[in-house]
Design a protein around this ligand. Structure first.
Ligand code: ADP
Ligand code: MG
Length: 258
């Protein structure tokens, strides 16, 4: 089976990108796949979610990776050096690092936008799946991820502003596909923090589907258990596999893997 590389993208913050990346990647690992998560957000929420306190000791990070693309060295790290094991068997992390944000303008000025794609290809068959989490902006890191991936997942938080933004967002993905990455496909829109009992979110999601947008099933509900999962640095699908939301993540992963 060829390697699949997915990017979880939405310019808006707080829609669930990191939570969804970690739980779908963990669901893949639990299903027996070898999985790498790459945290391209300088806020490092995904890295903390997967490693907790241990994150401080996890080096080298994405910062050293990008530093290395700027400064040629004979003693460079190989790609395997950037991969850190997580407590979830089969799930590995390339963590965000300190001062990642400060590197951005230099990386842009030196046209390093294709480096992530080239470097991930060096893994060859080591991973079955690679999941890229992105910052809440369409910046260098997000663009690098959209160029490296072949599938794009878009979390949607059932907010009216998010709906307005969705068409523009899909337009940006189409533009990046046309300009840089013909393999890129929108795999679907993931409905997060869905309240089945409220009529507005239901109507909003129905309208998206009616517009022909690829809304994925099942929808993800809202649960306080997610906070506990973040605090304990363990994906919900691992922490409490029988939880309703954990099962929704697993079902969603299975439908993507088909
Ligand atoms: N389904 C959910 N139920 C409850 N809380 C959630 C859910 N999804 C995300 N959250 C919470 O919302 C906040 C933003 O989620 P996060 O995954 O960090 O979003 P993003 O990466 O898009 O900024 C976090 O505090 C997270 O715990
Ligand atoms: Mg995030």
């Amino acid at each position: 089976m060829p390697m699949v590389c997915r990017v979880v993208f939405n310019q808006k913050g707080g829609v669930g990108k990191s939570t969804i990346t970690v739980n779908l990647a963990a669901a893949a690992a639990i299903a027996g796949r070898s999985v790498l998560v790459v945290d391209l957000d300088p806020q490092a929420n995904t890295s903390r979610y997967l490693l907790g306190e241990v994150l401080a000791q996890a080096t080298p990070t994405l910062t050293e990776f990008f530093e290395q693309t700027l400064n040629f060295s004979l003693y460079a790290h190989v790609m395997d050096d950037f991969v850190h094991a997580t407590p979830c068997p089969g799930l590995f992390l390339l963590p965000a690092g300190d001062s990642l944000a400060e590197q951005q303008s230099k990386l842009e000025a030196r046209y390093k936008i294709y480096k992530l794609r080239e470097s991930l290809q060096e893994f060859g068959g080591r991973f079955d799946e690679i999941w890229l989490d992105t910052p809440p902006a369409l910046n260098f890191f997000t663009l690098s991820a959209l160029i490296a991936a072949d599938r794009c997942l878009i979390p949607f938080d059932c907010d009216a502003f998010s709906r307005e933004a969705l068409v523009g967002l899909l337009g940006r993905v189409a533009e990046i596909k046309a300009d840089h990455n013909p393999r890129l496909e929108v795999e679907g829109i993931i409905v997060n923090q869905f309240q089945a009992r409220a009529s507005l979110p239901t109507r909003m999601v129905e309208e998206l589907a009616a517009q022909g947008l690829p809304v994925l099933q099942p929808y993800l509900s809202s649960s306080v258990k997610i906070r506990e999962s973040h605090e304990r640095a363990m994906p919900l699908v691992q922490l409490d596999p029988r939880h309703k939301l954990a099962q929704a993540f697993s079902e969603l992963y299975q439908s993507l893997a088909k």
